[in-house]
Write a protein that binds this ligand. Structure first.
Ligand SMILES: Cc1cc2nc3c(=O)[nH]c(=O)nc-3n(C[C@H](O)[C@H](O)[C@H](O)COP(=O)(O)O)c2cc1C
Length: 412
């Protein structure tokens, strides 16, 4: 039987293959966070702090991971989230990733900033498709994109709302990775060090269709983007507000989701504006550093809107155990970001399929080991929240010292 593991037994293995295949700047664009990467680390720490309280002697034979999402059954409790750059990791990477999702029967989200147009992905990959939008300052142009997604038959529209301004990724400046891609003195060495990527990705695009660009953008926007002076003002969307969500609700007849919610009151506002779902997310730690881990924000959001909306979560999912923890807390599904991107970078469609298979197998194993036959059986009773003991830090020492001084003052 052919070995379809690609030598990768977990997501970390796929990440390592991706690191060896991609130019440094490209890999860091996918892998890293923002500023001091506190949110990136804390997203993982949030999952790691939660432990299982397994039940035993439960008949878990015939278990399954099926969920119902917006009235349709899905065999797995996760969804491929929007990531703009899959098409730069592998030639036509978005099509490969979307096909892997379709083969697994799970939804795939086409990002506005894809290298392949939404219509091409719909035609070449099929499956259950969602579309993600960043609103531009020119609302009318954004609304045209929404009309295209509607015409292309997309099931859901996700509005990402956690990027009022561009994030501060200092390594990005150092690495010189910008869109549209151009060689420059910062990135040339990294690209030449990865001839496989240069030939199999960049040159293939160059020969077939030109240097990759944001294929969902209308031509007039692409022109604006290449005229550097206009770039910033055009992409600026710091005037986006809840009224925009109300307008989108009127324009979009399908499922409407707001992505990037971390505060329960914002979740309630999303519901008031007619959204069907919120995605509790800090963009994988790529926007606001020091933002709360979504897995920690999830319970409050569920308490606020769990009865009104579908609540999903992402950021930091690398293991099936993370998926199970999120579901046990009450999330209806989990979005996957980097895990399937590492797979795509490692081996295109086969690599994305491998990432999905790893998460599927790990989720199944954890469900069996904690005694949960299906997703409906999961609840917070399976979880243990470690009480963090104050560490013996300088602060603790100062406090102890102060108490000592107080005591001495009283005595004295
Ligand atoms: C390389 C990359 C590109 C992304 N592009 C987008 C995007 O275009 N739109 C969006 O809403 N989120 C984008 N995201 C965020 C993901 O949708 C998701 O929230 C995040 O990756 C989840 O964290 P995880 O990668 O730790 O799973 C991107 C993430 C990565 C890693």
């Amino acid at each position: 039987m052919a070995d379809n593991t690609l030598g990768a037994y977990n997501i970390a293995d796929l990440r390592e293959i991706a690191r060896r295949r991609l130019p440094k700047g490209m890999f860091e664009f996918v892998d890293r966070g923002t500023e001091d990467e506190l949110a990136l680390a804390n997203n993982r720490a949030g999952f790691e702090r939660i432990k299982f309280r397994p039940r035993t002697l439960v008949d878990v034979s015939g278990r399954n991971q099926e969920i119902t999402l917006f009235g349709k059954k899905s065999p797995l409790p996760f969804v491929i989230g929007p990531t703009g750059t899959a098409g730069l990791l592998w030639y036509q990477g978005e099509i490969g990733l979307a096909r892997a999702a379709a083969a697994a029967g799970i939804p795939f989200t086409v990002a506005l900033n894809s290298m392949t147009s939404m219509e091409t992905i719909a035609e070449r990959a099929g499956g259950r498709l969602w579309f993600q939008l960043y609103m531009w300052s020119d609302r009318a142009l954004s609304h045209e994109i929404v009309a295209r997604a509607k015409a292309a038959g997309f099931e859901a529209l996700i509005i990402t709302v956690d990027g009022a301004v561009a994030p501060n990724r200092e390594y990005g400046h150092r690495n010189g990775f910008e869109m549209p891609f151009r060689f420059n003195r910062h990135n040339v060495a990294g690209v030449l060090a990865r001839p496989g990527w240069l030939f199999n990705v960049l040159l293939r695009y160059a020969l077939a269709s030109g240097i990759p660009r944001f294929e969902n953008y209308p031509p007039e926007v692409m022109d604006k983007l290449t005229a550097r002076t206009l770039k910033r003002s055009f992409l600026k969307n710091d005037s986006l507000n809840w009224e925009d969500i109300r307008t989108l609700r009127k324009l979009w007849p399908g499922v409407l989701m707001v992505k990037g919610i971390l505060h329960p009151q914002d979740a309630a506002l999303a519901a008031d504006c007619g959204a069907d779902a919120v995605i509790v997310s800090n963009h994988g730690g790529r926007m606001l550093d020091s933002s709360i881990a979504p897995i920690d924000a999830l319970p409050e959001v569920l308490d606020a809107v769990g009865k009104r909306l579908t609540v999903m979560v992402d950021s930091g999912v690398r293991r099936g155990s993370d998926v199970v923890k999120a579901l046990a807390l009450g999330a209806q599904a989990v979005l996957i970001g980097r895990a399937t991107l590492y797979g795509t970078a490692a081996a295109g469609e086969a690599g994305a399929a491998r990432a999905i298979a790893i998460l599927r197998e790990e989720t199944d194993r954890v469900m069996a080991l904690i005694g949960a036959r299906n997703v409906a059986a999961l609840n917070r009773e399976f979880l243990h929240f470690a009480v963090t003991q104050p560490r013996d830090t300088g602060h603790a020492a100062v406090e102890t010292g102060l108490r000592g001084v107080e005591a001495l003052t009283r005595i004295g």
